[in-house]
Design a protein around this ligand. Structure first.
Ligand SMILES: Nc1ncnc2c1ncn2[C@@H]1O[C@H](COP(=O)(O)OP(=O)(O)OP(=O)(O)O)[C@@H](O)[C@H]1O
Length: 316
């Protein structure tokens, strides 16, 4: 049973131009996506740079204006209440960012950074608040004296742990994680991901995991949606997507994951040639019901690099 439903969400940004600076077109950043979230499950959002992943996350949390569509949380339409900083929705849906450093006030000590969500939502006494901060630091494996330090005194991995501590301070139900490890070294990436998995199990958290790294998403998620130009071209279980992809775009993304072994590389190359051949045959799939063309340009280098990094660390 899902606790939250996203229905036909659209986020369009107007493009202005001309002498009178009028709206001449729109960027269809998110163009009609629907999702449901169940307790304890992890959902992945994958796609190339610019396909609308971050806009989706930010619009759910209330950082972007929604053009149309709705968000239903525990039976209530919260689409227009997302910016109410004291609502249950704001307490229960939290976000962690790729760049945890810039999401923390550099002039505040860790204890004040962690206290912020606690003060907004939990109304604790100063003693209880201090206990909760110690508890959060213990959960993310940081020593108690970390609370007296400033963000710049921590490594990238430690800062990401502090970002997670802040996100879980209010016992949320869903954490939206936007590329949470892509700025970290490979070994630290694995540590943070495993840690996120541990707390997911322990606290029954749900994740919306945004990434362009198919290896990371495979490791973390139960369900995956493949996004292209603001829409989902395919959604399914991890097994559906990785073992039996239907859409040609998904097949192309998967075939772009390189293999570290020479044998595997050969196999991948053959698969890729086959996928590209089918791309010519299935060309008609590149027009959606509105006639918009899916002019799939070659999968970008950034994609390839990210996929390489996950393959190097095992890719699962
Ligand atoms: N404030 C804005 N005004 C106008 N266009 C925007 C704005 N924010 C994002 N966009 C556009 O919306 C589209 C989706 O952007 P978004 O950041 O969601 O992509 P993404 O999939 O998260 O990309 P990346 O993986 O590079 O972060 C892009 O074309 C982007 O240029």
């Amino acid at each position: 049973m899902s606790f939250m439903q996203i229905k036909d969400l659209k986020v369009h940004y107007p493009i202005r131009g001309g002498f009178f600076n009028t709206v001449i077109d729109n960027v269809y950043a998110v163009d009609g996506i629907s999702m449901e979230f169940e307790k304890g499950k992890a959902y992945g959002l994958v796609g190339e740079s610019g396909c609308g992943k971050s806009t989706t996350g930010k619009s759910i949390i209330g950082l972007e204006k929604i053009s149309s569509g709705s968000i239903i949380y525990e039976g209530e339409n919260v689409t227009n209440k997302r910016r109410d900083r004291t609502s249950a929705y704001n307490r229960d849906i939290q976000m962690i960012f790729q760049d945890s450093h810039s999401s923390m006030n550099p002039r505040k000590r860790v204890q004040d950074i962690l206290a912020e969500p606690i003060r907004n939502f939990l109304k604790l006494t100063p003693q209880e608040e201090s206990r909760r901060i110690n508890e959060l630091l213990a959960i993310v494996g940081m020593p108690e004296d970390a609370k007296l330090k400033y963000p710049h005194e921590f490594s990238g991995g430690q800062k990401q742990r502090l970002g997670i501590a802040r996100a879980i301070a209010t016992n949320p139900k869903l954490i939206i994680a936007d590329e949470p490890v892509s700025a970290l070294d490979l070994s630290v990436q694995a540590q943070v991901l495993n840690f996120m998995k541990d707390i997911q199990e322990e606290y029954g958290l749900s994740y919306l995991f945004i990434s362009h790294d198919l290896g990371v998403v495979k490791h973390m998620c139960d369900y995956i949606s493949i996004m292209y130009k603001g829409r989902f071209v395919e959604s399914g279980t991890k097994h559906d997507i990785y073992e039996n992809p239907q859409h040609i775009y998904t097949k192309r993304l998967l075939s772009a994951i390189p293999d570290v072994s020479p044998m595997g590389r050969e196999e991948r190359k053959r698969e890729r040639i086959e996928v590209e051949r089918n791309y010519q045959v299935e060309h008609k799939q590149y027009f959606d019901e509105n006639g918009r063309v899916y002019d799939l340009t070659p999968i970008s280098d950034t994609h390839f690099v990210a996929a390489t990094s996950s393959a190097l660390k095992g890719g699962n």
